[in-house]
Design a protein around this ligand. Structure first.
Ligand code: ASP
Ligand code: MG
Length: 457
């Protein structure tokens, strides 16, 4: 049995957290592959530093070095410190060279290089912590493993096939020797060998990529919450933890609101039917949430209700737009030029409406202004809306579900501004004014989530 275990920023964010992570890694049977994020706060620190170069250079190096040596001193014994410092200094030397290399800093991907530095040091300390506890371990960077990526700066994707071929060669032998590799999360390498990050929070995705590449039996995401919840506990104090979900449900929830898992984590493991567990590293005995292909039937109508706030609807009107798919294509192309996320699209005979993040509205409008004026009659923007994502069992195939849900929305005195039903059979998504969103969630949770009263069912 091989398990990939991923530890997030807070789970490696202090000497105590690192010792706890080492203990968790060593407690179960079977082979382990570990992925870690940077210590909490470090990536933000690097992002800020990269924005303010060259003035920030000396401060960045000094603080970064001091912080990691300080933590290592508290985690490792004298015996480990000497070997640790050799590897540490070699990695630090590369970081320093990068910040002093004018040409490297002109590369369009230079921020990927700088912001991925945190993972290189958290993993080194964790690997030595495992050695301190008597295990065999090696700290490997994404370069060492051959985690291959491509894409634009700060938003890479892994090439799963190439990564599988590389890791087979470079990492398998360690597993066969009983060594625990501790691998950098958050980034892969491009064909030129330089780093490309997977977007903020991307270490979860890295872990899923490694699980896929190594064809493991289980992926464990160790974080600082108990698992997926039936709603955000800040809105619903009696929200319950979800024990079991299928891949589709977890993907929708991760995408639309719950900040438990990076939404891209699901696909690489779903493809290979690798089960995924979300666990709390501060309470390792708790079972967490298990996500796999099939799960038991649930009692309530809904499993979870999530909301995404600070969204806007941009409605574009033009005569008979529905008969001009090429025009819709041009509009979408314009919006996509900025790489903004479109959360929902709906069309009628003369209108096409897009749901986007409010921060993106200004740039989208300026892009739309470059379209042929004959194409568009009117553009309207509705701000301060929220998307409600209701996730449940086979929602589409159950008769009357939408009726029940929208009756509850009416009870919460909210007007539904936009609906997207049918895009996924595990969720019903709709848009309400932001001022009503929490009441909608409260009403739906009370009526339809297992653990609620299930009135009306
Ligand atoms: N350290 C990176 C970040 O903070 C990646 C991660 O935490 O998953 O975004
Ligand atoms: Mg992080």
């Amino acid at each position: 049995m091989i398990t990939v275990m991923k530890f997030g920023g807070t789970s490696v964010g202090s000497p105590e957290a690192l010792k706890r992570a080492a203990k968790i890694i060593l407690r179960g049977d079977g082979s382990k592959i570990v992925i870690a994020s940077a210590m909490s706060g470090i990536t933000n620190f690097l992002v800020n530093g990269a924005e303010n170069l060259p003035g920030s250079r000396d401060h960045m190096i000094e603080e970064f070095e001091k912080k990691h040596i300080d933590v290592a001193n508290q985690v490792l014994g004298k015996g480990q410190m000497e070997d640790f410092m050799k590897e540490f200094n070699a990695r630090m030397e590369k970081f320093r060279n990068l910040l002093n290399d004018e040409n490297a800093l002109k590369d369009p991907y230079y921020k990927d290089n700088i912001t991925s530095q945190g993972e290189r040091f958290s993993t080194l300390i964790l690997s030595y912590a495992l050695r301190a506890a008597g295990a065999k371990s090696v700290a490997l960077t994404s370069e060492d493993c051959g985690i291959i990526a491509d894409g634009r700066p700060l938003s890479g994707s892994a090439d799963l096939q190439k990564t599988e071929a590389m890791m087979e060669l470079k990492v398998k032998p360690y597993i066969a020797d009983g060594v625990i590799p501790v691998i950098t999360g958050f980034y892969g390498i491009k064909s030129d060998g330089l780093p490309l990050t997977f977007g903020r929070g991307g270490s979860d995705y890295s872990a899923a990529v490694v699980a896929n590449a190594m064809n493991v039996d289980l992926l464990e995401i160790w974080t600082d919450v108990d698992g997926f919840m039936s709603a955000d506990p800040r809105i619903i104090p009696d929200a319950v933890k979800i024990d079991e979900m299928n891949f589709g449900e977890a993907a929708e929830l991760a995408y639309f609101g719950a900040k438990v898992l990076h939404p891209r984590t699901i696909e690489p493991v779903r493809m290979k039917h690798i089960p995924l567990k979300v666990k709390n590293s501060f309470k390792p005995e708790e079972p967490g949430t298990i996500i796999h292909h099939l799960r038991k039937q649930m009692d309530g109508l809904l499993m979870s209700v999530a909301i995404k706030t600070d969204l806007s609807i941009i409605s574009i009107s033009s005569a008979e737009i529905a008969y001009h798919p090429e025009m819709v294509a041009r509009i979408i192309e314009k919006i996509a030029e900025n790489e903004v996320v479109i959360y929902s699209i709906s069309t009628s005979l003369s209108t096409v409406a897009f749901l986007v993040h409010s921060n993106d509205v200004k740039s989208i409008l300026s892009k739309l202004n470059t379209l042929d004026p004959g194409d568009i009659e009117r553009i309207e923007v509705k701000n301060e809306v929220a998307l409600v994502c209701a996730v449940g069992d086979n929602l589409l195939s159950k008769c009357g579900v939408s009726g029940d849900i929208f009756t509850a929305v009416k009870e919460a005195k909210a007007n539904v501004e936009m609906i997207s039903e049918g895009a996924s059979d595990v969720s019903l998504n709709f848009v309400v004014p932001m001022s009503r969103a929490t009441d909608v969630v409260k009403t739906l949770h009370r009526k339809y989530v297992r653990g609620g009263s299930n009135e009306g069912l």
